[in-house]
Design a protein around this ligand. Structure first.
Ligand code: HEC
Ligand code: HEC
Length: 224
């Protein structure tokens, strides 16, 4: 009798702890609040970027047209920081980036994000076959433009990514993962916008997006 009630209280205790412990989303949100309040140092950001990120995302931030590594140059700092906080906390799964980003302090994250913002967005990113661009334009205007912007410039206030210059294959993969719920950290309205899409519609809209060009390129980072 006694052991049963002991077991019972243990179960109650364990489930209370499980409820009380913040999940990855809450941890990521709290970290994002702290890191966006820090002022990034671009000189230190360049050093940290080259040591911790460039092996995959390349020195100029351009990533790879095959879609394995995303383009990061010119991205809104808040977007970079949100993705890093989500990845560090496990709210967005990314096995490759977990160890390298968990090794960094919060100031280093702010520095890297400030540095990336200054890099010019490349215009030779990977594109699609170009066969469905009329459909892509129509879908983009109807479902995506309101948030991602006329030139794919996104929106820093709502942490909407710059998509101009992003590789077609990366866009297809992310759009598909957001639709299917395997990328779990996306904005719920973004999930609504894409949920009814067929694979062909994703290809069409991603090909169109990969051709967006932002009118004003950010200034190149100061060379040291
Ligand atoms: C070992 C390779 C590797 C290293 C090192 C690495 N990344 Fe990544 N990163 C990736 C991969 C792979 C993805 C795409 C993951 C996916 O498909 O969901 C990614 C995605 C990202 C994204 C999300 C982009 C988006 O808009 O979806 C950001 C931001 C990012 N990395 C920043 C960084 C920064 C900053 C560093 C250094 C502190 C870094 N990464 C180091 C491999 C790496
Ligand atoms: C309500 C605003 C909104 C709408 C509408 C919207 N998006 Fe998004 N989208 C976002 C936000 C915010 C993110 C960043 C998600 C996150 O926090 O990880 C995002 C992320 C993305 C990404 C991942 C980019 C990256 O760098 O990882 C792709 C691809 C994308 N959106 C495509 C689309 C497409 C295609 C449409 C139209 C069918 C669309 N979005 C409509 C807000 C929106």
């Amino acid at each position: 009798m006694e052991s049963v009630s002991k077991k019972l209280s243990l179960v109650v205790l364990v489930s209370c702890v499980a409820v009380a412990a913040p999940g990855p989303e809450a941890a990521a949100k709290a970290e994002l609040k702290r890191v966006t309040a820090r002022k990034g140092d671009v000189v230190r950001g360049k050093e940290t970027y080259q040591a911790a990120c460039a092996s995959c995302h390349l020195d100029n931030g351009a990533g790879q047209p095959d879609g394995t590594y995303p383009q990061l140059a010119g991205q809104h700092p808040v977007v970079v920081l949100k993705q890093l906080a989500d990845i560090r906390a496990g709210a967005r799964e990314n096995a490759q980036m977990l160890a390298p980003t968990q090794a960094l302090g919060e100031q280093e994250l702010a520095d890297v994000a400030a540095y990336l913002k200054l890099l010019p967005i490349p215009r030779d990113n990977g594109r699609g076959e170009g066969e469905l661009l009329d459909d892509g334009l129509a879908l983009y205007k109807r479902d995506c433009l309101s948030c991602h912007g006329r030139s794919g410039e996104g929106n820093a206030k709502s942490a909407t990514p710059v998509l101009a210059g992003q590789h077609f294959k990366y866009l297809v993969r992310q759009a598909t993962e957001i639709r299917d719920g395997t990328r779990k950290n996306a904005n719920p309205k973004m999930m609504d916008a894409i949920k009814g899409y067929t694979d062909t519609q994703i290809v069409a809209v991603a090909d169109f997006m990969s051709r967006l060009v932002m009118p004003e390129l950010p200034k190149p980072a100061k060379q040291k």
